[in-house]
Design a protein around this ligand. Structure first.
Ligand code: FAD
Length: 399
């Protein structure tokens, strides 16, 4: 049987980042990806933040910088113009393959088209390896630590009884399109029933002639198929699609994202969950790539540290503690806003986006990124004293 220090399930941003940081610290790492290529099927629309990408060392030619943010509701529209580029739309395939190159160069072994079918559990009930169907046949690998970075499915965590299927989640459909004329510095979020009954639609430019247009819908609030909704928006050329000239879809992307907040438990003996598998995303706009990279790296580092010391469940709890300290309260605050937003009528949306009209670009960014520190919220409440704004920001501050 093959032996590794760490075996990782899934080559999304979480798994690739864990493989990179653990290999860099000298661990013997193997990572399995069930698809035939890294980022073969794209399940994300790739919006993130330039400062975070810089922090992770992602080269600037892998994303399109954004400085303006436009919100469209059925009878209203607000555009916030920034002085500098703060957000970005990632070229997902190239970015994930870059993360794979980092992991491979650090020494990790990556096996594509290799489906992890089952965990191996020892007599002490500890996960100690994986059974995998690979291009070279079925194999078993033993490892001191298994990292489940399988995304929405949390497939190995579920098999070991650590996780249940998500009950609240978002499902999204997106076309990556060629278009005649997009404003490549501006992304759009569209809200209200004609765009999504429980969620929002988006238009995120990759360049002036390439744009991702999609729809996300929350389950269980709505059973509508996001692809049907997207097709209807495309056919009717609802705003802002009527400004892009001819739109030609080139790729269809489809995916699921958990929307319940963090899993209560993300570690057990010899086992860590990271990324979507652990519920580590910002529920306001269901944005998780930066957390997948950050906590993937953390999982790899703490995993190796634990292997080098008294390897036990206790030493892995540091991972759970650090990740929870970093995002749990942000997620909880964002869930409160999401609750308010999910039931809004078209008319209420028209009024709700008025709150945003008076925000500066920095304030808007802190808000949409769920950076709800007390000082940020107090500043917002002071700068925006109208009743509707006070209600919204007050809701976040109240326990
Ligand atoms: C429609 C949509 C739009 C989104 N838009 C954004 C956005 O704009 N910005 C943002 O930051 N986030 C966005 N997200 C969320 C973001 O995509 C996720 O938070 C992020 O991809 C999580 O990364 P991950 O590595 O945990 O999981 P994933 O990216 O899902 O990667 C998991 C990997 O594991 C593999 N895998 C699964 N099971 C097995 C198995 N048994 N064996 C081997 N391999 C396996 C999968 O093939 C996959 O490659 C969006 C999500 C959706 C659904």
């Amino acid at each position: 049987m093959l032996r590794y220090d760490i075996a990782i399930v899934g080559a999304g941003p979480a798994g690739l980042s864990a493989a990179y940081s653990a290999s860099k610290l000298g661990a013997k790492v193997i990572l399995f990806e069930k698809e035939p290529a890294i980022a073969h099927s794209i399940r994300t629309s790739g919006v993130s933040w330039i400062n975070e990408m810089q922090k992770f060392g992602i080269p600037a030619d892998l994303y399109n910088p954004i400085r303006n943010f436009s919100l469209i509701s059925p009878s209203n529209e607000v555009t916030i113009r920034g002085n500098s580029f703060t957000s970005c739309v990632l070229d997902i395939r190239r970015t994930y393959q870059y993360l794979a190159a980092l992991a491979s160069d650090a020494g990790a072994e990556i096996m594509i088209k290799s489906n992890v079918e089952d965990p191996i559990i020892n007599s002490a009930n500890k996960v100690c390896g994986l059974k995998v169907r690979t291009l070279r046949g079925s194999i078993e690998v033993k490892s001191d630590l298994v990292i489940d970075a399988s995304g929405f499915s949390s497939c190995i965590a579920r098999k070991v009884g650590l996780a249940k299927p998500w009950k609240r989640y978002g499902v999204g459909a997106e076309y990556e399109c060629r278009c005649e004329k997009a404003d490549q510095e501006t992304w759009f979020l569209m809200v209200g029933n004609r765009y999504s009954e429980a969620g929002y639609a988006w238009a995120f430019p990759l360049s002036e002639s390439r744009i991702r247009i999609g729809v996300g819908i929350g389950r269980p609030e709505s059973e509508v198929d996001p692809l049907e909704k997207l097709n209807s928006i495309m056919e009717k050329k609802l705003r802002p699609l009527n400004t892009f000239g001819k739109i030609q879809p080139l790729e269809l992307h489809y995916g699921f994202i958990p929307n319940e907040g963090l899993r209560q438990m993300t570690v057990s003996d010899g086992f860590i969950m990271v990324g979507d598998s652990a519920g580590q995303s910002n529920p306001l706009v269901l944005e998780g790539i930066r957390y997948a990279i950050e906590f993937g790296r953390l999982a790899g580092e703490i995993g190796v540290k634990s292997l080098c010391t008294d390897f036990n469940k206790g030493s892995l709890y540091e991972y759970e503690k650090v990740s929870k300290d970093k995002i749990l309260s942000k997620i909880n605050s964002a869930m409160k806003i999401q609750k308010r937003w999910i039931g809004l009528s078209d008319e209420r949306w028209d009024r709700e986006i008025e709150i945003i009209r008076h925000m500066s670009a920095d304030e808007f960014l802190d808000f949409i990124r769920a950076e709800f520190t007390i000082s940020n919220m107090v500043k917002l409440a002071v700068n925006h004293p109208k009743i509707a704004a006070r209600q919204l920001f007050g809701m976040i501050l109240n326990p």
